[in-house]
Write a new protein. Structure first.
Length: 210
């Protein structure tokens, strides 16, 4: 998990007013400890490309010092889609059990010529073909999840460490939903957490952290 400074608060997420921020006496661990616990929960969820953003400089993270005026924390990550989703095979009309990238591209170009909007094709079908190509290539490379950016943030509490703790609890709760077999609920929850494509600030942070 990488740290990025300053805080990249997700677009459209409501901020907590200063006088509404809370303390949590029962949470006594340090920011570094809660950060480690959050990282573990995200790892158990198989999250990838994790970037944690706050108003604490990475080199000062976990050290005692003055609390930033804005103690919010936002975590960006990729959550892999279900590995048994092979709908791209039907969309691209690929019947080969282990297609290569070249074969995927060949199928894509054949269909894109038929359905390209500039040639009178259907725009939604064209988008579906493009998405299927991405998923197919992700399956071939084993690099699931890079197109599925998620974000979860918290500024309810007056300290960075407390907001880290709250995010850890939230991720743990979401992970348990998946473990109990209600993955559909989890998928709906993460759709609500999806990072907006037009959120340029968050995109710049994630790109700069690589």
């Amino acid at each position: 998990m990488k740290e990025a400074f300053p805080l990249a608060w997700p677009e459209g997420w409501t901020r907590t007013l200063i006088n509404h921020r809370e303390k949590r006496g029962a949470w006594k661990r340090t920011a570094l400890q809660y950060r480690t616990e959050l990282e573990k929960e995200l790892s158990r969820m198989k999250a990838r490309n994790v970037v944690i953003t706050s108003n604490v400089r990475p080199e000062l993270f976990g050290r005692s010092g003055q609390e930033p005026r804005d103690p919010g924390v936002a975590v960006y990550f990729s959550r892999p889609p279900a590995e048994d989703d092979f709908s791209w095979q039907e969309i691209l009309s690929i019947n080969i059990p282990d297609p290569s990238v070249a074969q995927i591209d060949e199928a894509y170009y054949r269909l894109s010529k038929q359905h390209h909007p500039d040639r009178g094709g259907d725009l939604e079908m064209f988008k579906m073909i493009n998405e299927a190509r991405k998923r197919a290539k992700s399956w071939v490379s084993g690099d699931y999840g890079r197109e599925y950016e998620q974000v979860i943030a918290c500024d309810k509490y007056a300290e960075v460490r407390l907001n880290l703790a709250a995010l850890r609890v939230a991720i743990a709760a979401l992970r348990r939903i998946d473990e109990c077999g209600a993955s559909g609920i989890l998928d709906r929850a993460f759709k609500g957490f999806a990072a907006l494509a037009e959120n340029r600030e968050a995109s710049n942070v994630a790109a700069g952290a690589d």
